[in-house]
Design a protein around this ligand. Structure first.
Ligand code: SF4
Length: 319
């Protein structure tokens, strides 16, 4: 079997925030991403899934340096992007673009669509005015909109159309790598499928590599080639989507999948006890032990290592 080419190689990445707004007023450190190592293959859609607050959006932002990393490496095109100088970072940002969750907030309401789409080209290239207009027209058609809409403002579009515009903006620099953070969760259910299908078409047509951040397991099942399950800033299970959905191993993954009626054939929902612990106060040992139905003595003290080859899991049940 041909080995997949790696586009992004993340090694032992940590992201922390510091805040003064604790309940008791003291300084707090939020451990948002805790030692994530992950390969992203060229031309794949890799989904990163988990509950709200698990660190998946922070991880995505750290990948394109919208959040500073505390330590670790992100290797893209054989360079550690965390060590790039100003020019290197500018080049990297042309290759890696983000589509945000809320197309209502991510498009400047005071700018016409044509100016929103031109802006990244004007900042990052020395193309002529004519070439920029040509690219803008090509990309707006690519996302299924008519070039007449270029003269309108964001408020004149529906949510689904705005997300198409946001995708067109992400594509104007011909990036190889797209990070889509909950790209359909702010949209009506009736139009979510259109945007999901658009991402799938674009990935196939241009061999794009997409990291999809989502809590929606049915979107993952439809769209993603591989999935990484995140809990309290760690990847606890990862592998091919078909393997994870047919044979989930980690108790957390099993609970996530059991809550989706279309996926859960047994109909038995696993209810986890308690809430997600605060990332300011991480549990010792396996971070999932406070909610795990299979918790053992050693889970409270020792950290399980990641095991497996194609389908990887971090849990003492599989040692
Ligand atoms: Fe549960 Fe222990 Fe596995 Fe953690 S290591 S998921 S607590 S069984």
């Amino acid at each position: 079997m041909q080995e997949k080419q790696t586009l992004v190689n993340i090694k032992n990445l940590y992201v922390e925030y510091h805040t003064n707004k604790g309940i008791l007023g003291g300084k707090k450190t939020i451990h948002a991403v805790n030692g994530v190592s992950l390969d992203i293959h060229k031309g794949e859609i890799l989904a990163i899934a988990g509950e709200s607050g698990c660190g998946k959006s922070t991880l995505a932002k750290a990948m394109i340096q919208l959040e500073p990393a505390k330590s670790g490496e992100i290797i893209f095109d054989e360079k550690n992007t965390l060590k790039l100088d100003k020019n290197g970072l500018k080049d990297f940002r042309k290759q890696a673009q983000m589509v945000f969750q809320n197309p209502y907030a991510s498009l400047n309401p005071k700018m016409k669509i044509i100016d929103i789409l031109k802006e990244p080209l004007e900042i990052n290239t020395d193309y002529s005015k004519e070439k920029i207009e040509e690219i803008v027209k090509e990309k707006i058609k690519l996302v299924g909109l008519d070039e007449n809409c270029l003269d309108l403002f964001p408020h004149e579009f529906s949510g689904g159309q705005r997300q198409r515009i946001a995708i067109a903006r992400a594509l104007v620099l011909n990036p190889e790598f797209i990070l889509a953070d909950e790209p359909v969760s702010a949209l009506d259910v009736s139009i979510q499928a259109q945007v999901i299908n658009l991402l799938k078409e674009l990935k196939e047509k241009y061999n794009l590599t997409i990291v999809l951040i989502t809590h929606d397991m049915s979107v993952i099942q439809y769209l993603a080639d591989r999935v990484a399950i995140m809990y309290l800033g760690e990847i606890v299970e990862s592998g091919k989507t078909s393997d994870i959905f047919s044979s989930p191993l980690h108790p957390y993954t099993k609970a996530l999948l059991s809550s989706v009626p279309q996926i859960n054939n047994s109909g038995k929902k696993i209810i986890l006890k308690g809430d997600l612990p605060s990332p300011a106060n991480l549990p010792a040992g396996c971070k999932f032990h406070t909610r795990c139905p299979y918790v053992m003595g050693k889970c409270k003290e020792c950290v399980p290592e990641e095991k497996g080859i194609s389908h990887r899991v971090k849990c003492f049940l599989y040692e």
